[in-house]
Structures are given as C-alpha cells and as structure tokens.
Design a protein. Structure first.
Length: 66
C-alpha cells in the first residue's frame, strides 16, 4: 500500500468518526486529525506532480493594504 492510499483510508476513517462525534471534545480532536491528514495527503500528492505542472499553475499574490 502506498502512502497516498494509506493517508486516504485514514482520512476517510477520521471523517467518519468526526460525523459520529457527539461532544465538543471529540469533534475538536477528530476535526484536528482530519486537518492534519488532509495536509499530509496534499503534501504527499504534491510529490507526484512534475515541476512543469507546478510552475504552470498561476501563483496567488497576497496584497497588503496599509
């Protein structure tokens, strides 16, 4: 099983547990777990994208108003 598959299975399980959570503490814990797994999944998925594909996507600029 590769990392993406493993992370996807873990994320699906965490989302199911989040849906079943019936108290604020459980919702917070499973919500945090989902956020961490989503970040890990996106990081792992980005490793499989070629340099040309990454550079072809327009970059979002942050504008700071003073």
């Amino acid at each position: 099983m590769d990392n993406l598959t493993y992370l996807h299975e873990q994320l699906c399980y965490a989302e199911e547990q989040l849906d079943l959570a019936d108290d604020l503490y459980s919702m917070t814990v499973w919500g945090n777990r989902c956020d961490q797994l989503e970040a890990a999944y996106m990081d792992e998925a980005s490793k499989h994208v070629g340099k040309e594909a990454r550079e072809s996507v327009p970059q979002i600029l942050t504008v700071k108003y003073v």
